[in-house]
Write a protein that binds this ligand. Structure first.
Ligand SMILES: Nc1ncnc2c1ncn2[C@@H]1O[C@H](COP(=O)(O)OP(=O)(O)OP(=O)(O)O)[C@@H](O)[C@H]1O
Ligand SMILES: [Mg+2]
Length: 286
């Protein structure tokens, strides 16, 4: 399904309008969610654990159907967008194919879309997500040796390494729409910072076509560094409790992490999140 060109703005963006989602027990998870994620920008979503952030991304990816409301990726429905190969997704569960190597997992979207696979480009991407430094199993040319030795990918990657492979896989087809669910959630702080810097620089660079990105995180610093717009969700039935633009000078470099205005913004965000979580705590019985 697609919208006519006249019904859409000329700028590609993700539009979520009046979105509601009830689970199979009829419980309302998401309630009247409306926002836009513009091309060339990163929208970061924060909120309490269990409020429905992953569910929201799954709806935008077309893997779940809304109870009410609309989702558009440019002029396309989520299903049409996915089928055209315009969507890149890294879910919270990396869902790699454990019998395939790192490189085979990363290049999978290109193979499914029958697009050319350039080894140098794949290797560069794997290097960008810092798998080259940490991977304990062979990539690429040494694959056969790994297979001969009975080394399956599932046996030899940590949770954080799997998440980084999933990130590379989401980026490999240079999508126009990108959904990332806690891509750095299981990383040590220094590696996390390297990848945050890499991701912002990559998505802003000329080598990458303009993309509308929606990312979920629990980390105020990660959110503030990466975002052009932040949405804070409340508890179930979940609505948007706060929307805030993030305006720091470009390019955002590592120095930003220690600047006063950045730290102040992060602290404000932390307090917003605390207030959202605090306000839904059950009242203790006396
Ligand atoms: N497959 C499922 N069947 C039933 N309920 C589910 C299923 N997956 C998630 N839920 C429930 O839906 C709600 C939203 O879950 P979701 O995974 O979207 O939360 P989240 O905000 O991503 O949480 P977290 O920050 O912990 O990842 C939760 O109450 C969760 O228990
Ligand atoms: Mg989640």
């Amino acid at each position: 399904m697609s919208r006519s060109a006249s019904a859409s703005a000329s700028v590609e963006k993700i539009e979520v309008k009046g979105l509601c989602f009830d689970n199979q027990d009829g419980q309302r998870i998401l309630d009247n969610i409306t926002f836009e994620a513009r091309t060339g920008s990163i929208t970061v979503i924060l909120g309490p654990s269990g409020c429905g952030k992953s569910t929201l991304l799954e709806l935008i990816a077309g893997l779940r159907k809304p109870t009410a409301g609309e989702i558009w990726l440019g002029t396309l429905s989520p299903d049409a967008c996915r089928k055209k190969g315009l969507l890149g997704v890294a879910f919270q569960d990396p869902a790699l194919l454990p019998w395939k190597t790192v490189r085979e997992n990363v290049e999978l979207p290109l193979r499914i879309l029958h697009r050319p696979v350039q080894d140098a480009q794949i290797d560069e991407l794997i290097e960008k997500v810092h798998i080259d430094r940490f991977r304990p199993c062979p990539v690429g040319a040494e694959t056969d040796a790994a297979r001969a030795a009975g080394i399956a990918l599932g046996d030899c990657l940590s949770g954080g390494e799997k998440a980084r492979v999933a990130l590379a896989r989401a980026l490999v087809n240079k999508p126009r729409f990108l959904l990332l669910d806690e891509p750095f959630g299981s990383l040590d702080s220094p590696t996390r910072r390297i990848l945050i810097l890499m991701l912002r620089a990559l998505l802003q660079s000329k080598e990458f076509p303009p993309v509308a990105t929606i990312m979920v995180t629990h980390d105020p610093q990660e959110a503030t560094f990466l975002a052009d717009q932040i949405l804070v969700l409340g508890e179930k039935p979940t609505s948007i409790r706060k929307r805030a633009p993030v305006v720091f000078a470009e390019p955002r470099t590592e120095e930003l992490f220690t600047s006063g205005s950045f730290l102040e913004y992060c602290e404000g965000l932390f307090h917003t999140l605390s207030a959202v979580i605090e306000s839904f705590k059950p009242t203790p019985e006396l």
